[in-house]
Design a protein around this ligand. Structure first.
Ligand code: SAH
Length: 347
């Protein structure tokens, strides 16, 4: 049988694995054994499954493949950040990042190869979207970073942000399946409260998430609350307008009562005036909100420039006065192009 036609065994549930064996006149517990190898022991090949007979392993190999990701290249920053270039079974590459701070280790993972959105300031947007990642490919990135966290920082992974390559809400079903594995007892057993999904703002999907009563946190990459400005830097805003986005967020808050985080970069000459600040406050005051002012990471074209500290103070003072939580987030891993918006498979 040709490898391409074989199915990835990890798409099978425990029950399906058991049936695979019983249908062949074998014991159901073989299915449990294989399941444990795949999900508890992280086996990358059938050869690893040493408590199965040679014949059983060969039989599995005849029917299935294990399309495990492979960390092709690991780069470590002087600040402890690690960037992985992750090779997928079809040769495509995505990137994921481990970000350590004093109290936590955060995995920043990718959800798509490339991205279909066209944010002018983001390196990933230049790659175009090649395909969605499947749930295992997302899950594997998290497991790889958890191992690196234990190895290099002596503690397990504590948080996950979907802020790598891609727009997670445009790969929604696979995103949910990967989070089920990450939070489930048969996966990593992490709390969904430690997971943040970051979106550029797809109103229909934000409503769907609210209806699905998801338990993870939501972050929205806003960058401007004025339509003309936002459309000039995030052209899809012409389709998904701020008004629609805001209505979907109101819906989200009514259903989940979960605070919304906004990601926001302040650029010189783009969104650094009082008018921009007022629009932001007006946009997010309907619910408890937090604004993360993220540092701009240049992507080599010189069009965008980080605004100076006085523009940041304008934002910080006004937001605080309006009772909106605000933080200034300095970037990590810049020396290895691992910071927000820099993931573009340079290696
Ligand atoms: N598509 C999703 C997740 C990926 S981007 C989203 O848009 O939220 C992760 C974050 O990095 C987003 O907040 C994005 O706006 C921000 N970002 C992109 N390019 C950046 C850059 N060059 N400097 C700083 N932040 C950037």
């Amino acid at each position: 049988m040709d490898t391409i036609q074989k199915k990835d065994i990890r798409a099978l549930s425990r029950e399906e694995l058991k049936s695979f064996f019983t249908e062949r006149g074998d014991k159901a517990f073989r299915g449990d054994q294989v399941f444990e190898w795949l999900w508890k022991k992280g086996a990358h090949s059938f050869e690893d499954m040493t408590n199965l007979s040679k014949e059983t392993r060969a039989m599995l190999m005849d029917h299935y493949v294990i399309n495990h990701i492979k960390v092709d290249n690991m780069q470590r920053s002087t600040d402890g950040t690690i960037k992985n270039a992750v090779r997928l079974h079809d040769g495509l590459i995505v990137e994921s990042v481990l970000i350590p701070t004093a109290s936590r280790t955060t995995a920043c993972v990718s959800s798509q190869v490339g991205c279909s959105l066209d944010c002018k300031f983001c390196a990933t947007s230049r790659l175009k979207r090649m395909r969605n990642l499947n749930p295992d490919e997302i899950y594997d990135q998290v497991v790889a970073i958890d191992r690196q966290s234990r190895l290099y920082h002596g503690r397990p992974l504590s948080n996950i942000v979907f802020m790598g390559m891609g727009e997670p809400l445009m790969n929604y079903n696979n995103l949910l399946k990967s989070i089920e594995k990450i939070t489930g007892n048969e996966g990593l057993g992490m709390s969904p409260k430690r997971i943040t999904v970051s979106t550029s703002g797809v109103p229909k999907m934000i409503r769907k998430m609210a209806d699905d009563e998801v338990k993870f946190k939501l972050a929205v990459s806003l960058h401007s609350a004025i339509d003309s400005v936002r459309t000039s830097i995030m052209p899809f805003n012409a389709t998904f307008t701020l008004e629609e986005l805001r209505e979907s967020l109101i819906y989200w808050y009514q259903k989940t009562k979960s605070r919304i985080t906004y990601e926001y970069v302040v650029w010189e000459g783009i969104n650094d005036t009082q008018k921009d600040v007022d629009a932001l406050i007006n946009f997010c005051k309907f619910a408890p909100s937090k604004v993360n002012l993220i540092e701009y990471n240049p992507i080599d074209d010189g069009i965008f420039q980080q605004a100076d500290d006085s523009a940041l103070s304008l934002y910080v003072n006004a937001l605080e006065k309006s009772g909106i939580t605000v933080t200034i987030r300095r970037s990590r891993g810049k020396d290895i192009d691992a910071a927000c918006g820099q993931l573009a498979n340079k290696s």
